[in-house]
Design a protein around this ligand. Structure first.
Ligand SMILES: Cc1ncc(C[n+]2csc(CCOP(=O)(O)OP(=O)(O)O)c2C)c(N)n1
Ligand SMILES: [Mg+2]
Length: 280
């Protein structure tokens, strides 16, 4: 979570310097991403949306490969076959159909493990998501839908896009689901571990809706101060999962200042290298 936060901060600096064209921040989503990615382990194929940078780092995508994509240097910054982390998709929700189709294809070839697909709250309004949930349900596709509900689709609040939760909607399609808070990586980990066991045991899809806070704007092109109250932004910052988890582990004596300093030195060295590479 700390590495993802530091890489994300560095990306903002690089974007300000003109080295990246755009950056969709993952700040506030770290516990949801790290908890879910560690729970499913290395076997499943991951089909991301576009801000799953913490998941990407855990899948061995290098920060400079993430940056290459947002600098427009490559079609896809990383090798999706090596990492089994699909290219980012900016066309909302199409990745849900890719994930279900890929999972069915895997099963037909006898190459089974499940597929994890990430989607935002706003993207669930797209018809593709409904088609994907229905297809996954009727085909008993081994797909874990992870919806990170940050409450916003750019400037559109989630409550103006849905009358029920995404988790409730999934049940209407015949998909078991749960909605959980996304501040604590350990509870995300437990829930997603149970979801993974369900998918492997039942050969059926599952949806986990994780409530997270969007600390930065939608992307570096967005000024969220224009449509969010300063109180709302302050509340989201105060519930920062990285600060909270660091404080909790420190309070329990599980990490100490020396360990945190070592992580800090590691990410500073990493970021210095990235800056040299990207600002030329
Ligand atoms: C099909 C399609 N329609 C519209 C857009 C423009 N668009 C990009 S991101 C976004 C909001 C997505 O919100 P959400 O799914 O909640 O994801 P978040 O960015 O909050 O993680 C919109 C409307 C798009 N990329 N693709
Ligand atoms: Mg959203």
């Amino acid at each position: 979570m700390l590495v993802a936060r530091a890489v994300d901060e560095e990306a903002h600096r690089l974007q300000k310097q003109g080295a990246l064209d755009l950056w969709p921040s993952c700040q506030g989503h770290e516990a949801a991403q790290v908890g879910s990615a560690l729970a499913v382990g290395p076997a499943p194929t991951v089909v991301p949306s576009y801000r799953e940078h913490a998941v990407a780092l855990l899948r061995d995508v290098a920060p400079h490969e993430l940056f290459a994509q947002f600098a427009g240097r490559t079609f896809c910054g990383w090798d999706p076959r090596r990492t089994r982390f699909f290219p980012y998709t900016l066309v909302l929700a199409v990745q849900t159909l890719h994930a279900v189709g890929y999972s069915i294809g895997q099963r037909l070839q006898g190459l089974e493990d499940f597929v994890v697909v990430y989607i935002g709250d706003g993207a669930t309004s797209e018809g593709d998501m409904s088609e994907a949930m229905n297809l996954a349900a009727v085909e008993s596709a081994s797909v874990l839908f992870v919806c990170q509900n940050n409450g916003w689709a750019i400037s559109k609040p989630a409550e103006e896009q849905m009358r029920t939760s995404v988790a409730q909607r999934a049940r209407g399609f015949g998909i078991e689901s749960i909605r959980i808070p996304g501040q604590d990586p350990e509870s995300v980990f437990s829930t997603c571990s149970r979801a993974a066991a369900h998918i492997r045991g039942q050969r059926a899809p599952y949806l986990v809706e994780i409530d997270v806070g969007r600390i930065r704007g939608h992307t570096t092109s967005d000024a969220q101060e224009a449509y969010r109250s300063s109180d709302d932004i302050a509340r989201t910052r105060a519930a920062d999962p990285v600060t909270a988890y660091t404080a909790r582990l420190s309070g329990l004596g599980l990490v100490d200042a020396a360990w945190l300093d070592a992580v800090d030195a590691h990410v500073r060295e990493l970021c210095d290298r990235l800056t040299k590479e990207y600002v030329s």
